[in-house]
Every structure is written in C-alpha cells, then in structure tokens.
Design a protein around this ligand. Structure first.
Ligand SMILES: Cc1cc2nc3c(=O)[nH]c(=O)nc-3n(C[C@H](O)[C@H](O)[C@H](O)COP(=O)(O)OP(=O)(O)OC[C@H]3O[C@@H](n4cnc5c(N)ncnc54)[C@H](O)[C@@H]3O)c2cc1C
Length: 589
C-alpha cells in the first residue's frame, strides 16, 4: 500500500478534459484542518468524528444539512446484528451481488465493523423499529440470506438516521472547533505541489489536495466564490443520479465530487456500474430529475407488474417473477416497453388493500397520493430509473484517494465493496463505516504532523462552463447511451453527442450563461457522463449493473476495474486493473 492509496498502471489517453470550473477568483479564504464536503450519512459521520480529534473541521454542504440521498433511503441499513447471523454470511451475500468485482478486504471491513457502527447510530439516538421484546427489528431484502436490515419508521430509515446525525451536529454547532457552511457549493479541489523528499522513495512529491474553491450564498464574509484551505479534504458528495433523465436521487446528486476529483487529477473507478431501480413512478416523458421510488418491498408483499395491455410478463422472464434481481426486472421492463411501444408499465398493488398499504408503506402511499395515485384503487405507472452508483473516486481501505490529502466516503467513493452491483441496504452502511475509518486515519496522520498545510497553486490547463440548458441534452445522451441496456452503437452516439455539446453551446451565445450553480452542475454532469460513456463502451461484457446487449456474457478477462483520471496534459486516461484476489470468507467465521 502506498502513501496515497491505489496507484494504477499504464494509461491509454483519451479526450481533453478541463482541469477546473470557470468561476470568479476566490474573494475570501477560510482555514481548517479538514474540510468535509457534504452532509449525508458519510459527511456528517466524518465531521462528527473528526471534530473530537482535530482542532478545526469545516463542514460545507450545497444546500441545507438534510440534503442528499440519505434522507430518502427507505429500506434500511444492513448489518449482521442477529445472533444467528454472522459477518461471514453478510460478506458472502455482498460478494455474490458484486459479480466478482468486490474488493474482499473492503467488504471484510464493511461487514465486521458494520454491527458496531449501527449500534453507534442507536447510541446517537436513532430510533430504529423494534420487536415486541425491544430488540432491533431486522428484515430481509433481495440478495440477503438472513434478516439483517435495520429500519426506522417503516420505510423512512434514511430520514431518521439523518435526523439523529443532524441533531448531534446541532448540539456542537457553536463549538469553535467546527464550522458549518450551508448553501456552499464546492467547485474544485485545490492542489499544491509537494516537493517530496529525495531520500525517501515513499515521498516522491507531486500534486497534493490542500482545500477547495466554493461558492457560498450566505451572509457576511462568507459570500460568493471563496477558498477553504486545509490539510485534507473529505469528499462526501453523494451520487450522480441527475446525469440521467430520471432518477430516484435528489437534485443535489449531480456528480460534483467525482468531477472535482477528476479535474484535480485523482483516479475514479467502476463508473460504468450504475444501478437502475425497476419500479420508479413514471411521471410522463417530460419529467426530469428525482422521481418517487416504489420499493421492491411492495413487490415483496405481492404487487404484480403488468404491461400497458394488462398482461403480466415477469413469470416468463425469471423463476422469481416480480422478485427477480433488480437488473433482471429493469431489463424486462425496458424490453416490454419497447415491445408494446409504451414508455411505462404498471404496478398492480390493488389486491393488497388500503389499510395494509397505508400501514406498511406510509411514505410510498403519501408520495403516490401527492401525484394523484391511490395504489389501493389505481394501477400505478412505473419505469426504471437511475438509483445508485457503485463507482466513484477510487479509495483504499482507509478512504485515501490517489491524490494525497484527498479522501472520499459514501456514494461518491469507490471502495470496492459493491463491485459491479450493490447489495440492498449496503450503501448507508458503507457511508458510516468508511467515514469512521477516514476519521481514524486522518486524525492519526494530522497528530503525527503528516499532511502539512500547503499553498494552493493554480492548475494550468483549460477551464470549462456549460450553459444550464445543456443539462437536458446531457441527460438524454446518458439515458440513451449508458442507460439500462447498452450497445456499442448507442454508446458511440452518446459519446459523439456529449463531445459536441461544449462547442454547440458556445455557438449559441443566447444560452451561454454566466457562472452559477446550474452551469457548474451541468458542467459536472457533462464530465461524469463523458467518462461513464467511455468506460461503458470499453467494457465489452455484461456484469452486475452493466448490461451490454451486444456482449451478453460475463467474461473472465474483464474481471477487474476500469480506472480513469485526467493526466498532466489534461487528457482523460483510462486503464484496466485486473483483480486477482480469490474470495475466502473462512477467516470471518
Ligand atoms: C430513494 C432512495 C432510496 C434509497 N434507499 C436506500 C436504503 O434503503 N438503504 C441503503 O443503504 N441505501 C439506500 N439508498 C442509497 C443511499 O441513500 C445513498 O447511497 C447514501 O445515503 C449516500 O450517502 P452519502 O452521505 O454518500 O451522500 P448523500 O446522502 O447523497 O449526501 C451528499 C451530500 O453532499 C452534498 N453535496 C453534493 N455536491 C456538493 C457540492 N458540490 N458542494 C457541497 N456539497 C455537496 C449534498 O448536498 C449532500 O448533503 C437510497 C437512495 C435513494 C435515492
């Protein structure tokens, strides 16, 4: 293991990529030991733990504290808490879901430390649902062979976890050791040049992360574009859902962390592994952005899928019918939609009865009611939508990215625990386990005098800004290219369209906007979509969340990660890292 984490091998150069977002120069500077970006389960956990061990923590978040996917999580958080269960079994289920691409050591950390981290949440005041005798109520979800999913408020687990973490933060918010900046959009990771130590082969020198630039819509001295400098940066910016035309992710999920890490020179991996949820409320062709998820638990309770002609179609596709794995159901729905010329199918839960539906799925019933549907009476139109991103900023087991001083936790990161496909309810767990690991690693390093504060230098290379109206074109290209069903021709068309977008936009001065949140987010979406399309085209096989119609089989030769980064010449470079480690859950028993 090197000082900075994984350092991939030879790189194949691709298209030129910007090295920073276009913005005004920073008008103010804030200082901290560690800057944590994002306030979902990963960012809040990192900030709360770090503040106990380092002098100054700055937590910045794009909108308000409970923004991000965490508060939308429904099903729960998985951990081997039942006396009958074991980390070894949780590990085996996680590896099986991951399609041969999990990092076994990372999964080991997840399943062994998971139960303790869930108990930490209980100690913090999270009100998980309980059994009649007061034990944590554990349920089972797809891919788990044991009841190991703790939940809260029935289907409102994320909201309760978020509430408890924010309450803990509010209790210390006015301490001088922590500063919280809301409505603070991080633009770029700042870098400095580390001269290195010629006498130490482990200290080769080169770029290091030393802060962020950010845009704050606030009051007083922290307003407009500024810089926050620190000894380390923890990215906890969540997912990329808004890259696609429809997603279960909230509006903040614009891939900012992945894009900023890339522009700063850090490696990203597994970007092609996107999980599409099969049953998301279909709100019409013009609908964009976050759409209500209808959990597979509704199908688990007996709801059926019907095509627009009223015919059930899952029994002929898979022996588990509506309860087949998510990717199987999503593909079957897309095929059925094509066969019937429709842009949705129906979920039929009418036979479950109003009382049961209201009691078992209060959040879902309320979300449907907000759009005029009563699942006890109506067929509910559904279609697959982007749901989760397994890939992200490549980190090691300590959460260190390939750029020294940069860490990543939660959905923005690629720890390797999900491999090619995430096991249900493992993502909240990953966020809390690896954010805790980061806090432990970083506090030790800072106490030892590692990662001294350095002066940021302006990266040479071009900047970028796409106009806000280009967002829709990015989303259309991503949905048609690296969507549920992928082909070489579709990916090539998507890549060409994405490559033309910046030029097309600049030929239209009427749409080219001044720098602002919508423009910065659109530029990030474009970069993430570009890399995702490229790696999805490179991976000529089907595995986990990556389905190639033209390469329907899983190929042993592809058992490894596609890792991308922006090289010193500002070009996107991608390499393949084979995975060699064999799976052996025995030591955990
Ligand atoms: C509808 C839904 C249901 C789900 N159900 C489950 C479930 O049952 N179990 C499970 O384990 N997982 C579930 N997931 C996935 C899980 O919720 C997420 O993977 C997890 O919450 C991610 O946590 P995070 O801390 O990494 O990011 P998030 O919770 O997404 O938080 C990201 C934070 O970063 C901030 N941010 C983003 N960009 C910037 C920027 N440029 N500058 C500053 N701040 C920024 C955001 O505002 C936000 O505060 C679900 C997801 C969705 C959408």
């Amino acid at each position: 293991m090197t000082e900075a984490g994984p350092q991939p091998g030879p790189w194949a150069a691709g298209p030129a990529v910007p090295v920073r977002l276009a913005s005004a120069p920073p008008g103010w500077t804030a200082h901290a030991d560690v800057i944590v970006v994002g306030s979902g389960i990963a960012g809040l956990t990192a900030a709360l733990r770090l503040r106990q061990k380092v002098d100054r923590v700055l937590l910045v978040t794009k909108t308000v504290l409970d923004s991000g996917s965490t508060r939308w999580a429904q099903g729960g958080i998985a951990a081997a808490l039942d006396p009958e269960d074991s980390p070894a079994e949780h590990l085996a289920d996680t590896l099986a879901a991951g399609g041969g691409l999990c990092d076994e050591d990372a999964v080991h950390a997840l399943v062994v430390e998971g139960p303790r981290r869930v108990r930490d949440l209980v100690d913090l005041g999270t009100n998980f649902d309980r059994t009649a005798v007061g034990e944590l109520a554990l349920t089972r979800e797809g891919g788990h062979h044991r009841d190991r999913v703790a939940h809260a408020g029935g289907d409102a687990t994320g909201a309760e976890i978020s509430r408890a973490l924010i309450a803990a933060l509010e209790a210390v918010r006015h301490d001088p050791g922590i500063e919280v900046l809301e409505h603070a959009l991080v633009l770029d990771v700042l870098t400095a040049d580390d001269p290195g130590d010629p006498g130490d082969p482990d200290a080769a020198g080169g770029p290091v992360a030393c802060g962020v630039t950010l845009h704050v819509i606030g009051e007083g001295s922290r307003d407009g574009v500024g810089a926050a400098v620190g000894r380390a940066v923890v990215l906890a910016t969540g997912g990329i859902g808004q890259v696609f035309a429809s997603t279960t992710n909230p509006r903040e999920a614009t891939g900012d962390g992945v894009a900023a890490a890339l522009r700063a020179g850090a490696a990203v991996a597994d970007l092609e592994f996107v999980q599409f949820h099969p049953t998301v409320l279909w709100l019409g062709q013009a609908a964009r952005g976050q759409q209500p998820l209808i959990s597979e638990a509704v199908r688990g309770e007996g709801a059926l899928l019907l095509d627009v002609e009223g015919a059930r179609f899952m029994p002929e596709v898979h022996e588990l019918a509506e309860l087949a794995p998510r990717d199987v159901v999503a593909k079957a729905i897309v095929r059925r939609m094509a066969a019937t010329g429709a842009d949705h199918v129906f979920l039929d839960a009418r036979h479950l009865g109003r009382d049961f539906l209201r009691r078992r799925f209060p959040t879902i019933v309320a979300a449907l009611a907000a759009h005029g549907y009563d699942p006890a009476e109506d067929l509910v139109p559904v279609a697959p939508a982007q749901h989760y991103h397994s890939g992200g900023v490549l980190v090691d087991r300590r959460g260190r990215a390939s750029l020294p001083g940069l860490y990543a936790a939660g959905e923005v990161s690629c720890t390797g625990v999900h491999g090619a496909n995430r096991l249900a309810s493992n993502s909240l767990l990953e966020g809390i386990v690896f954010a805790s690991r980061i806090a432990a690693d970083l506090s030790g390093r800072l106490a030892a005098g590692d990662l001294p504060q350095r002066e940021p230098v302006l990266r040479t290379g071009r900047d970028a800004l796409l106009p806000a109206p280009a967002r829709s074109a990015v989303q259309q290209a991503a949905t048609a290219g690296p969507g549920v069903i992928r082909t070489a021709a579709g990916l090539e068309r998507a890549a060409a369209r994405l490559a033309r977008l910046p030029d097309d936009a600049h030929r239209r001065p009427d749409v080219a906007g001044a720098p602002g949140t919508a423009e910065w987010e659109t530029t990030n979406l474009h970069l993430v979509a570009t890399v995702l399309t490229r790696v999805a085209a490179l991976r000529e096989e089907t595995r986990g969340g990556h389905y190639r119609e033209d390469f329907p089989d899983t190929a042993d030769a592809w058992r490894g990660r596609l890792v991308s980064r922006v090289d010193a010449d500002g070009r996107l470079a991608t390499t393949f890292l084979p995975l060699t480690r064999e799976v052996d859950p025995a030591p955990l028993v």
